[in-house]
Structures are given as structure tokens and as C-alpha cells.
Design a binder for this molecule. Structure first.
Ligand code: ADP
Length: 471
């Protein structure tokens, strides 16, 4: 692994998780070791203290039974038997004056502790001390105790077993901790790698996508953990982006197509007029058809802009009290002559009034788009029925039902998309923007438009407009 890779590794989440894991594991192990050490050290010290107290008791009995001389001889024999480098005795008067001792040449660094003697004189049964002599391995445990009301004994013992335990403990500690830290780092690395492997999969997919392949998806395991939820959300987001991109592509294709036809027509007419050395009348005709085509183009562009503005809410709706029933009646009257020409029966069932706060011109445009479609896509002899009512939530419901061409299941979810036109409607005039605008207007008013349709039987468009709740 190169140095650069190693340095990069330092910044990875897996590395930091491993460090945390190994760190916490090491600290907890150290705490456990320390507690264990304190416990065992305490037990060893207590055992030493018991031994020292046992000896004091023995010599105290000896003093009572056989006198001071017997004790003086006894401590010398005891010290020689144990080893003069392991045990020493000093017998003291109450003023701390030494009157007898074993061979203390090895122990000359240890003096008499006045405070301990004072504590004894104040009535304490025994005073213990631990002394560290620089340069010597073993600590020394010292006991001051009253042998009789007039004699104090200072008894010292090298804490050999304590040092042995400490050495053994240090060895075990270093070996165990080294092993544990290596294991903890290994386990931590394994766990961290497993935990972030899902995130790495998401990153890899994101990299492939930025490389141009939007079909890629993150593999989702059936566990349903946080990483799987992240992967699922990421995949949903990608689905949505893909749909949006496809829609944008289709829309730009449609725009290009819809712009090309009128421009080609304008160019064709101009070319014919130019090449045939036309008269003034023909030039006038060309100008008229150019204006007509330009009006169609402008209408289309303006409608597109209006849809965008309405959807984004850039242009605030002008709110005023609108009588929906009245507007529907007016729209029916407007379309009655067209319907009559086509021999389509147009009937209108509306109540006297249906008031709502909204943008009158926008609502008019929405109603005429829906009504225009109903009449346009219903053949001669068909029926269009328009009604206004209220649902259980007091929303105003405008229903436009026709017995026309109907819409296939495949087309139904797409008819509200910009520029979408069902194949069978392409012979009819239209831009494919009417329903998009109508839905944008309904949604800007807090409502929506739904459609139920079956091919060759007809369609029902339902506009729902909620009345704003009075606060
Ligand atoms: P267009 O300008 O083509 O009418 P719209 O956005 O108004 O555009 O409608 C989109 C498509 O939905 C139409 O091309 C048509 O195929 C279909 N459509 C809309 N209304 C009806 C209807 N009442 N009956 C059958 N098809 C309809």
C-alpha cells in the first residue's frame, strides 16, 4: 500500500471507528486490570499484616511469660531463621529509644517514626507503614505495636511476595494488553468495514452515476437496517431523477417538434413566394399566415411560461370572490355553439351560486381547457355533461363528463404532462399544454384534477376546489 493510500486511510470513517473501538476497549481493559491489581495487592498486604501481627502476639505472650531477655533472644533467633535481609526487630522504650534489636545493618535506612509511636501511646493497637527504599526492589512493611505497657516493638518485613506478584502482573499485563489491542484493532476494523460497506456501495454507485450511468442502483439487502434504508432512499431518489430527466428529454423533444412545424411552414411559404416572383396579394397572404403561425407559437410559449409560473407560485394568484357556478354556466354558453356545430349535446347542471376565493381569469382558463377537450374529443352524436356540486368536505366539485374517445390505461397517467398528446388525438388541433395548465391552476388553488376514463366510452374530469378555511 502506497504512503498516499495510507494517509488517505487515516481520514476514513472505518479507521476512526477502529481507533475509537480499540481505544475504548484498551481503556476498559486497563480499568479492569487496575481493579484486579488493587484487589490482589490488598489481599497480599493483608496477609503480610496478619503474619506481622501473629509474631507480635507471640512475642507479647513470651514477654509476659518469660520476660524481656527471652524476647530479645527470641527476636534474634526469629530474624536469623527468616534471614536478616528479610526481617528485622527493634525493641523500644516508650520514648522511642532503641534498647535491643536484631542485626539491622541492612535496614539502617529505616528509622523510628515518632508519629507512629505517638499514635500507639494514644491507644492505637498497631500502626502499619509501607516504606520504599531507593535502589531496593522490595517494599518494606513496618509494624509498630505495644509488646507490653512499657515496650514497643518495631517489626519490618520485606514484601517479597508483593514484588513477585507485581513482576508477574506486569508481565501478564503487557502480554495480555498487546494481544488485546491487536485483537481489538482487528475486530474493530472488521466491524467498521462491515458497517460502512453499505455506505461505500452508495458512494460507488454515485461515482458510476456521475460517470454517466443513471441506470445504476445500490444493491439493497433484505436486513432493512439503516444502511439498507439509506440505499432504498438513494435508489428512490435516482428513480425520481431518472423519471424527471426522461420527462425533460421528452418535453424538449416535443418543444423542438412543435416549434419545427410552424417554422418550417413559415419558411416554406416565404420560399415559394420569393421564388415565384409573387404579387402584392401573395406577399400579403404570406404575411397573414406568418402572423397566424407566430401567434400560435407565442400562445404556446406563453402557456408554457404560465404553467411554470403557476406551478412555482412566482406569480401570486389574485384572490377575489368567484362564483364558480356562474363561471361554469358562462363557459358552457361559450362552448354551446361549437358543440352544436359538432352535434354534441352539451348540458349544464349548476346550482344558483357556488362562491370561492380565487383567481377568476385562471379559473376561467382552467374550465375552458377542460370543456374544450370534452367537446373536441367527443364525436358527433355524443354528450357532454357539466355539473357543479359540493362534496362532504364542502369542497366545490366541477365534473365534466363526456361520451367521447376516452383515454387508454397507458396514456391516463401521462395526459397531465406538458406536451403529452395521446396518439389518437394528434389529428386534432392542440399543443398538449391544456391539461398541464388546468392542473397547475387547480393545485395553485389548493385543489386538484382527477380523471376516470375508458377508451371508446368516455371520460370524466373532476375538478376539486377547496374553500379556504376561515381562520
Ligand atoms: P391538447 O391540446 O392535445 O388537447 P391537453 O393537455 O388538453 O392537450 O390534453 C392532453 C391529451 O389528453 C390530449 O391530447 C388528448 O389525447 C387527451 N384528452 C384530454 N381530454 C380528453 C377527453 N375529454 N377525452 C379524450 N382524451 C382527452
Amino acid at each position: 500500500m502506497s504512503l498516499r493510500k495510507l494517509l488517505n486511510l487515516r481520514n476514513t470513517l472505518a479507521f476512526r471507528l477502529t481507533l475509537w473501538y480499540a481505544g475504548i476497549f484498551t481503556v476498559s481493559s486497563c480499568v479492569a486490570f487496575f481493579l484486579f491489581y488493587t484487589l490482589i495487592a490488598g489481599v497480599i498486604r493483608d496477609r503480610t499484616d496478619q503474619e506481622l501481627l501473629g509474631q507480635v502476639n507471640r512475642f507479647s505472650t513470651l514477654l509476659a511469660e518469660e520476660g524481656t531477655e527471652a524476647v530479645e533472644n527470641g527476636v534474634v533467633i526469629e530474624a536469623q531463621a527468616a534471614g536478616v535481609k528479610k526481617v528485622f526487630f527493634r525493641l523500644l522504650h516508650l520514648n522511642g529509644q532503641v534498647f535491643s534489636s536484631t542485626n539491622v545493618s541492612y535496614w539502617k535506612d529505616i528509622g523510628i517514626d515518632r508519629t507512629a509511636i505517638e499514635q500507639l501511646l494514644q491507644g492505637r493497637g498497631a500502626v502499619f507503614e509501607t516504606i520504599v527504599i531507593p535502589g531496593r526492589k522490595d517494599k518494606v512493611r513496618i509494624l509498630y505495636a505495644m509488646l507490653s505497657p512499657a515496650i514497643i516493638v518495631q517489626l519490618g518485613q520485606a514484601m517479597e511476595s508483593y514484588s513477585r506478584f507485581l513482576d508477574a502482573f506486569k508481565g501478564i499485563f503487557i502480554a495480555t494488553m498487546t494481544f488485546l489491542i491487536i485483537v481489538a484493532a482487528g475486530v474493530g476494523w472488521f466491524m467498521a468495514k462491515r458497517a460502512v460497506s453499505g455506505v461505500e456501495a452508495v458512494t460507488r454507485t454515485a461515482q458510476k452515476i456521475s460517470g454517466g450511468s443513471l441506470q445504476e442502483r445500490v444493491p439493497v439487502k433484505p436486513r432493512g437496517d439503516e444502511i439498507d434504508q439509506l440505499a432504498t432512499t438513494f435508489n428512490h431518489m435516482l428513480d425520481r431523477i431518472q423519471i424527471l430527466l426522461t420527462e425533460i428529454k421528452e418535453m424538449s423533444d416535443n418543444i423542438a417538434h412543435d416549434l419545427r412545424s410552424p417554422i418550417t411552414r413559415i419558411r416554406g411559404v416565404a420560399e415559394v413566394v420569393l421564388t415565384t416572383g409573387a404579387s402584392l396579394v401573395e406577399y400579403e397572404g404570406m404575411a397573414a399566415s406568418t402572423i397566424e403561425e407566430c401567434d400560435r407559437l407565442l400562445d404556446m410559449i406563453n402557456t408554457m411560461l404560465l404553467i411554470s409560473k403557476t406551478e412555482s407560485g412566482v406569480d401570486k394568484l389574485s384572490r377575489e370572490e368567484v362564483d364558480i357556478a356562474g363561471l361554469v354556466r358562462d363557459a358552457c354558453e361559450l362552448f354551446a355553439p361549437v358543440a352544436e356545430d359538432k352535434r354534441v349535446s352539451l348540458s349544464c347542471h349548476v346550482p344558483g351560486k357556488s362562491l370561492l376565493s380565487g383567481d377568476k381569469r385562471m379559473i376561467q382558463r382552467m374550465l375552458s381547457n377542460i370543456l374544450d377537450n370534452a367537446v373536441k374529443y367527443t364525436p358527433s352524436g355524443g354528450r357532454v355533461e357539466v355539473s357543479v356540486s359540493e362534496n362532504e368536505k364542502q369542497d366545490i366539485v366541477v365534473s365534466v363528463q363526456d361520451t367521447g374517445a376516452g383515454i387508454s390505461k397507458a396514456d391516463l397517467p401521462r395526459i397531465f404532462e406538458r406536451f403529452y398528446r395521446c396518439d389518437q388525438s394528434r389529428s386534432q388541433a392542440g399543443t398538449g399544454l391544456g391539461l398541464s395548465l388546468a392542473r397547475a391552476i387547480a393545485r395553485a388553488h389548493g385543489g386538484d384534477i382527477t380523471v376516470v376514463s375508458s377508451p371508446n366510452q368516455g371520460s370524466t374530469f373532476t375538478i376539486i376546489l377547496p374553500k379556504p378555511t376561515s381562520s
